[in-house]
Design a protein around this ligand. Structure first.
Ligand SMILES: Cc1ncc(COP(=O)(O)O)c(C=O)c1O
Length: 474
């Protein structure tokens, strides 16, 4: 009988080693060769069903067969988010050290919920959160935070905390302000929390896609006159569409004056603080009551890793602590943090390990250089586009995001024709599977959006993609 057929769910020592080496070999090959693959996966439900659908297997299958099935039928049908020509949404450049750290954390099945279960895991979360608090100029002693599955959960955790601190249990008249460029995860969080639509104020943005400060002030005043209770102002440090950073200092002053919680969603752009230009753009970030950053984006970590930082760690424990009788014995003393008291999850994976191991291995300097490289690359792309008679820059290189559209100066095209042309270019490029480049809408115009946060994307990669777009426009 094969080992995996026993009820202990075990492989023999040799099988475990062979299996592990195969997995590592596959991951290394992926890291070395992914740029030669096509970044876009396309398959219909019917195609996937015909490849993978089966009844639950009652009996064992040879380990190699299962592995081969996955390598042949699963992995080739996923987008390669770390591919140098994956430009859309927010790519996931990742890094090998962190991938191995995730394997270690999962291999040891570390429970990163409470201090007693794993003092070292809690300590590493404290250590790495402190690195981040320091980076963003948050209070050293009082500041705190937690790693989450991603930016959405970090925003949700922040807004629950904000509501608890500012409103307590009565939030029937509470209203929250965010711009029309804020990420949809915030609206989702607000809705999940049970707020009604009339408690959400989407403030229009100006020509640069920043908060319209005047409209925000008017909205707050009107709400107070009507008996609403403004409680939270949410700014973006790097909008997903254009990389725009809201006027953080000015907004923080409004929040202070109006006694509003000031949350900054830096899930996309937070990591820009590592570079000189980014630090300048993110001025005022240290004024936030809470800040979302998302290491699985521009800190080059594999999924899933988000992070919430707060000015006062007691805000989190005061919001999320529950002490049921079965956790009383493991509560520990006050200095020993139980991260299950700082957020929603009780059982949590050991996310801090990958951040710790990758930053230790490469040094923060390497991360700074990578972010600066991304900034510089995006600016070079902007100057190439501006010099061309075929392209129009719609939103300039900002935090390594650029929006542009095909608009040859010698062709007299209407807005509708330009929209159709740029949609066609994107569709054809994506269907070629050579690059992932989708559109977004800015000021009612359909534009191509390029997010250049992969440190392994070269200028030549982008030039090839622009040439491909031009070919697809014909
Ligand atoms: C500004 C911003 N906030 C929040 C999120 C949501 O983050 P996640 O996808 O990690 O949940 C994103 C994702 O792109 C984002 O760009």
């Amino acid at each position: 009988m094969k080992a995996q057929q026993t009820a202990r769910l075990e492989l023999s020592e040799q099988e475990m080693r062979d299996y592990g080496y195969k997995v590592v070999d596959a991951i290394v090959a992926h890291h070395l060769n992914q740029h030669k693959e096509k970044p876009v996966a396309q398959a219909s439900r019917a195609e996937m069903d015909s490849l993978l659908r089966e009844n639950v297997p009652e009996n064992a299958t040879a380990v190699d067969d299962v592995f081969n099935t996955v390598m042949e039928k699963v992995m080739p049908y996923t987008n390669i988010m770390s591919h140098p020509k994956f430009y859309s949404f927010v790519p996931g450049p990742s890094n090998y050290v962190s991938a191995m750290a995730d394997a270690l954390a999962t291999g040891f099945n570390v429970f990163s919920g409470g201090w007693a279960a794993s003092p070292a895991a809690a300590e590493l979360e404290i250590v790495t959160i402190n690195w981040l608090l320091n980076l963003y100029g948050f209070p050293k002693k009082r500041g705190g935070g937690i790693f989450t599955s991603g930016g959405s959960m970090a925003n949700l955790t922040a807004l629950i905390t904000a509501r608890n601190i500012k409103c307590g249990d009565d939030f029937s008249k509470a209203v929250i302000y965010l711009s029309d460029q804020a990420h949809s995860s915030n609206i989702k969080a607000i809705r999940v929390m049970g707020f009604r639509k009339e408690q959400i104020r989407l403030i229009p943005t100006d020509m640069e896609f920043k908060f319209s400060i005047n409209k925000l002030k008017n909205a707050i005043n009107k709400d107070r006159l009507e008996g609403w209770k403004p409680f939270c102002l949410l700014a973006s440090a790097g909008t997903t569409n254009t990389g725009t950073v809201d006027q953080l200092t000015e907004l923080s002053e409004i929040a202070k004056k109006e006694d509003l919680w000031f949350h900054i969603d830096g899930a996309y752009g937070g990591a820009a603080i590592l570079s000189k230009n980014g630090k300048q753009l993110l001025k005022g970030v240290e004024k936030a009551d809470s800040l979302t950053v998302d290491p699985h984006k521009w800190f080059y970590q594999p999924y899933e890793m988000g992070c919430l930082l707060v000015r006062n760690h007691k805000w989190l424990s005061g919001t999320f602590t529950e002490v049921p009788e079965y956790l009383k014995d493991v509560e520990g003393n006050k200095s020993e943090i139980n991260f299950y008291d700082h957020g929603i999850q009780l059982t949590r994976r050991f996310r801090a390990l990958k951040f710790y191991m990758s930053v230790k291995t490469f040094g923060l300097k390497a991360f700074r250089e990578a972010v600066q490289y991304n900034f510089d690359l995006c600016e070079k792309v902007e100057s190439i586009l501006r010099k061309s008679a075929k392209w129009e820059v719609v939103s300039p290189a900002t935090l390594a995001v650029i929006n542009f559209r095909y608009h040859p100066i010698d062709q007299d095209l209407s807005e509708e024709e330009l929209d159709a042309l740029n949609s066609k270019i994107s569709e054809r490029v994506v269907n070629s599977r050579e690059a992932m480049l989708v559109t977004t809408v800015l000021n009612g115009q359909i534009v191509l959006r390029m997010c250049l946060i992969n440190p392994r994307t070269t200028l030549a990669d982008v030039e090839e993609t622009i040439a491909l777009c031009e070919k697809m426009a014909e």
